[in-house]
Design a protein around this ligand. Structure first.
Ligand code: PLP
Length: 368
């Protein structure tokens, strides 16, 4: 299978937004121990989640996450199911009572979904900043909005996966800050102490789908509405080490391997340097091309998701077919934005970004 693709690689460079590329080394480790995990004669998917081996595996994944993100001791790490989408409902259920007020920054599609989730739980949502005027290609300036003390929390989306819009600062508020980190967690160091709650679906930067990680400050647990499902009640799940019911064992195991890979490759500071360099190279190629365009304000450009359009949308189909034949897949932009989107999460190697840049230059030369 060697050299199956024009890029010379055995695996494609997969630019999908999620589920996304995983590090090849992680997949190889999982493959090597798939049929006989730790001498059990079983795969990790077949062992009891209450057995010593798996309990240790989950505890090690949590410990690695805590050490990589320097999570303070007064935060719980929860491994839940239902995705980030489930948290759009679970967060209001745990942190508010019906009729409470909450504040949101609206920077695009995922912000809007989170707002709808809060509204469905009977909350009064104050959208204190809405980037509609720029067609969601900007983030609000730090001084452009005020959050009053009577809201239960301020929610924002640090990285809008569809629009490719990322905050270049952490909003400062006196109320708990709640953040949907799905598409940017582990891309760089984060000061967790500035947040009340961080949540992230695993399938972008952490592992396979089926797992959502919630990092929540102690004082925000223990107040769930009585109607909250047990599996989403933060205090209940924390008291049961996220094993009230059967957890997504395989996803937690792969998360552990991904975290080991991050640690081995220099931790989050080194990851940030590589990610920033990958993104900078791609934006520079787009801006300098006279053929491709990225609409996002320079200070709000995502390191993880890079949307771009071609000079002539009639060429989109050719671009997709040829890039795919060259081993660069899933570049089609989200249907709401059109054009292309290159998702370049942690697992996308620099070589993948460089291959895309040279393909783009060549395509532009042939069609410009
Ligand atoms: C992918 C994504 C979601 C949805 O995640 P699910 O796990 O599919 O529910 C929510 N928010 C952001 C920012 C995302 O990128």
């Amino acid at each position: 299978m060697a050299d199956k693709w024009q890029n010379g690689a055995v695996r494609v460079f997969n630019f999908a937004a999620g589920p996304a590329m995983l590090p090849t080394e992680v997949l190889e480790t999982a493959q090597a121990e798939l049929t006989d995990w730790q001498g059990s004669g079983m795969s990790v998917m077949e062992v009891s989640h209450r057995g010593k081996a798996f309990v240790a595996c989950a505890a090690a994944a949590e410990a690695k996450l805590r050490s990589l993100l320097a999570i303070p001791d007064n935060y719980r790490v929860l491994f839940l199911q239902g995705g980030a989408t489930g948290q759009f409902s679970a967060i209001p259920m745990n942190l508010t009572s019906p009729g409470d007020k909450v504040a949101f920054l609206n920077t695009g599609n995922w912000s809007k979904k989170a707002i709808q989730g809060a509204q469905r739980q009977g909350l009064t949502v104050e959208v204190v900043a809405d980037e509609a005027e720029s067609k969601y290609t900007t983030v609000p300036a730090p001084g452009a909005y005020t959050v009053t003390d009577d809201v239960a929390y301020l929610h924002y989306t640090p990285n809008e996966t569809i629009g490719g819009v990322e905050f270049d600062y952490v909003p400062q508020t006196s109320v708990p800050l709640v953040a949907d980190f799905s598409s940017t967690i582990l891309s760089r160091p984060v000061d967790v102490s500035q947040y009340g709650l961080i949540y992230a679906g695993a399938q972008k930067n952490m592992g396979p789908a089926g797992l959502v990680v919630v990092i929540v400050r102690d004082d925000l647990t223990g107040h769930a509405r009585p109607t909250t499902p047990d599996v989403w009640d933060y205090a209940t799940m924390a008291a049961n080490d996220s094993m009230l019911n059967t957890p997504p064992t395989f996803a937690i195991y792969i998360l552990g391997l991904v975290l080991e890979w991050i640690e081995r490759t220099g931790g989050l500071a080194a990851m940030a340097e590589r990610n920033q360099a990958k993104a900078a190279a791609l934006y520079e190629a787009i801006d300098g091309s006279g053929f491709y365009k990225n609409p996002v304000a320079p200070n709000a450009r995502s390191w993880m998701n890079v949307p771009f359009t071609l000079a002539d949308p009639e060429l989109d189909a050719d671009f997709l077919a040829q890039s795919s034949a060259a081993g660069m897949t899933n570049l089609k932009g989200h249907r709401s934005v059109g054009g292309m989107r290159a998702s370049i999460y942690n697992a996308m190697p620099r070589a993948g970004v460089d291959a895309l840049i040279s393909f783009m230059a060549d395509f532009a030369r042939r069609h410009g």
